[in-house]
Design a protein around this ligand. Structure first.
Ligand SMILES: Cc1cc2nc3c(=O)[nH]c(=O)nc-3n(C[C@H](O)[C@H](O)[C@H](O)COP(=O)(O)O)c2cc1C
Length: 199
C-alpha cells in the first residue's frame, strides 16, 4: 500500500494518484499564457478512439476579458470558490466522426476520450504546482449560447485550475468540506471475468 496526502491505497500505486485531489481553496493568483498552453497541450496528447481527438477546450485566464464570461457559466455553488482559481476550462466534445466514405457516425467514446484529456490536464497542472478541480455544475445552455458551441458538440464538464491556498481562506461550510476524499474498496469496482456486485 501507499500512504500519501491523508490517503492509503490497497496496493503500491504511485503516490501521484493519492496526491491529486480537488481542493476549493485557491490563491487567486494569475497564470501566464505559456502555463495554460502547456497544460492544454498535455490534454490534447490524450489517447482517443481512432485518434479522433473529440475534445475541445474553451479556456479563460483570470483578469482576462473571457474570465467573467466563463465564470458566469458555472453554477453559483461553484462560482463561490472557482472565482479564486487562476484558469477555467470548459470541456466540449465532438459527438460524431466522419467515416472514410463521408458518412457521419456517432462517436461512441467521445465523452470517454474527453475524460482522458481532462485527466491529462489535471496531471500536467499538478506537475506544474497547480491543482485542478472538475465541475459538473454549470449552465450548459448558457455555455452553448455564449461560447458559440455548434451542433454535434456536447458540453461535458468544466474545471478550475489554481494554486492551493490555506483552507482557512474558505467560508465555513466549504472549509468543512476541504478534505481529501476516500474511495470504495477496490473489490467493489474491479471484477475478474464478469460483472459482479450491483443489480
Ligand atoms: C466530471 C467531474 C465533475 C465534478 N463536478 C463538481 C462540481 O460541480 N462541484 C464540485 O465542487 N466538485 C465537483 N467535482 C469534484 C468531485 O466531487 C471530486 O473529484 C470527487 O469528490 C473526488 O475527490 P478528489 O478529486 O479530491 O479525489 C467533479 C469532479 C469531476 C471529475
Amino acid at each position: 500500500m501507499t500512504h500519501s496526502n491523508h490517503r492509503e491505497s490497497e496496493h503500491m500505486i504511485d503516490a501521484f494518484f493519492l496526491d491529486r485531489w480537488s481542493p476549493r481553496a485557491y490563491t487567486g493568483e494569475a497564470m501566464d499564457k505559456e502555463t495554460i498552453m502547456t497544460i492544454l497541450d498535455a490534454g490534447h496528447w490524450a489517447p482517443s478512439s481512432g485518434n479522433n481527438q473529440p475534445w475541445r477546450f474553451v479556456y479563460a485566464l483570470r483578469d482576462s476579458e473571457s474570465w467573467p464570461v466563463l465564470l458566469d457559466i458555472l453554477a453559483p455553488s461553484n462560482q463561490r470558490w472557482a472565482q479564486n482559481a487562476s484558469a477555467l476550462i470548459i470541456f466540449v466534445s465532438k459527438t460524431y466522426r466522419v467515416s472514410k466514405d463521408g458518412e457521419k457516425k456517432h462517436a461512441h467514446t467521445h465523452a470517454f476520450d474527453t475524460g482522458a484529456a481532462w485527466f491529462s490536464i489535471a496531471a500536467q497542472a499538478m506537475k506544474l504546482g497547480y491543482h485542478a478541480h472538475g465541475m459538473e455544475g454549470m449552465d450548459r445552455d448558457k455555455a452553448v449560447q455564449v461560447l458559440g458551441i455548434p451542433e454535434g458538440f456536447r458540453v461535458e464538464a468544466a474545471c478550475a485550475i489554481g494554486k492551493l491556498a490555506p483552507k482557512e481562506t474558505l467560508p465555513d461550510d466549504l472549509r468543512e468540506r476541504e478534505t481529501q476524499s476516500q474511495r470504495k474498496a477496490l473489490a467493489e469496482v474491479a471484477f475478474e471475468g464478469s460483472f459482479a456486485g450491483e443489480e
